[in-house]
Design a binder for this molecule. Structure first.
Ligand code: UDP
Ligand code: MG
Length: 310
């Protein structure tokens, strides 16, 4: 039995070393073989050098280094693709995903009838309030708009069996929202809960704006309902204007009263113009995704690695 540990890293020169110490203790206590796959996602610091040092000491430490920063989603995909384990666990390098949960997760997946053991944090302690608020609203929105059901606070930290990994790898789309993809493939999931842990060292690479764009991408990836919004407004406004026209005609016949109504006219023109642009914007978003997807570009480009594909 082999366990693959997939670890995406972006500018994590310090985390890599602390992380390795922690996970090594845990992995050594297991009664199975393991490999660690570090994915250096175009770091600009000494992350790669530190990973190479580790891999020189231990054969079971593998690495993939990208030609530039492709994002965590691409790093995960690359790691899963290169993993050989019967079980695969995806884990952050900043120790926000506690390695000491791993033995329990393995026990569950081996002895109980589950294909995935996933984790969720039950608190967002240590996170800015406004960020938590937006995060919560995002989960509500995407669950309402799409078929998948995302669990609030779910982490990417999860242990999967080989069939699950293979089915995720079959989803080789370019716009990857992993949390959604993990849910989309199905299988039986056991959730483990834990309190939020703050980063060991370094800073999160997510800005507020970055997260906002990420949520829009996620919604576009998993729902087409926004496209219907324009149709809805179209019908609504056609109906309203039809009623309004009837009203004006009747009023004119009865009272013959050419009322000056510039301000209201302008308001309505602006409103309708705004809604039209909004709708075109939504349409554009989907077109953009389709455009990128049809180019069929690779999800990542490897600059160097110590994994040889046979
Ligand atoms: N990461 C990555 N590529 C990126 C951004 C992040 O591989 O472009 C990795 C990062 O090194 C870490 C994990 O993804 O292991 C989660 O990143 P981070 O801690 O910045 O996100 P947060 O925990 O705040 O959601
Ligand atoms: Mg983190």
């Amino acid at each position: 039995m082999l366990l693959s540990v997939v670890v995406p890293c972006f500018n994590e020169e310090k985390s890599v070393i602390i992380f390795f110490d922690e996970i090594y203790k845990v992995l050594n206590g297991l009664d199975m073989d393991w490999e660690i796959i570090f994915i250096n996602d175009g770091s600009r610091d000494n992350t790669l050098a530190n990973i190479k040092d580790l891999s020189n000491k231990l054969k079971s430490i593998k690495y993939i280094s990208f030609s530039r920063n492709f994002g965590k989603e691409s790093a995960l995909y690359a790691g899963l693709k290169k993993s050989k384990g019967d079980y695969v666990v995806v884990i952050d390098v900043d120790l926000q995903d506690p390695p000491n949960l791993l033995p329990e997760m393995l026990k569950i997946i081996k002895t109980e009838d589950y294909d995935i053991v996933a984790t969720r944090r039950v608190s967002r302690k240590g996170e800015p309030v406004i960020r938590s608020l937006f995060a919560r609203s995002f989960y509500k929105l995407i669950n309402a708009l799409s078929e998948i059901n995302l669990v609030d606070g779910a982490r990417d930290y999860r242990l999967m069996t080989r069939p699950v990994v293979d089915s995720i790898l079959e989803l080789d789309e370019y716009n990857r929202f992993s949390k959604g993809l993990f849910e989309w493939v199905g299988f039986k999931t056991k959730w483990i809960e834990y309190e939020n842990v703050e980063r060991a060292v370094g800073e999160t690479s997510w800005s507020f704006w970055g997260l906002f764009r990420y949520s829009i991408d996620a919604i576009v990836s998993f729902s087409t309902i926004p496209l219907s919004i324009s149709t809805f407004f179209g019908v609504l406004f056609s109906l309203m204007s039809f009623i309004l026209i009837l009203f004006i005609i009747i009023k004119n016949i009865l009272y013959n009263n050419p009322v000056p109504g510039w301000p209201s006219t302008i308001c309505i023109i602006l409103l309708i113009g705004g809604i039209q642009l909004f709708s075109i914007g939504i349409l554009g978003k989907y077109l953009e995704k389709t455009y990128i997807e049809t180019k069929n570009r690779p999800i990542f480009i490897i600059k160097e690695t110590n994994i040889d594909d046979e």
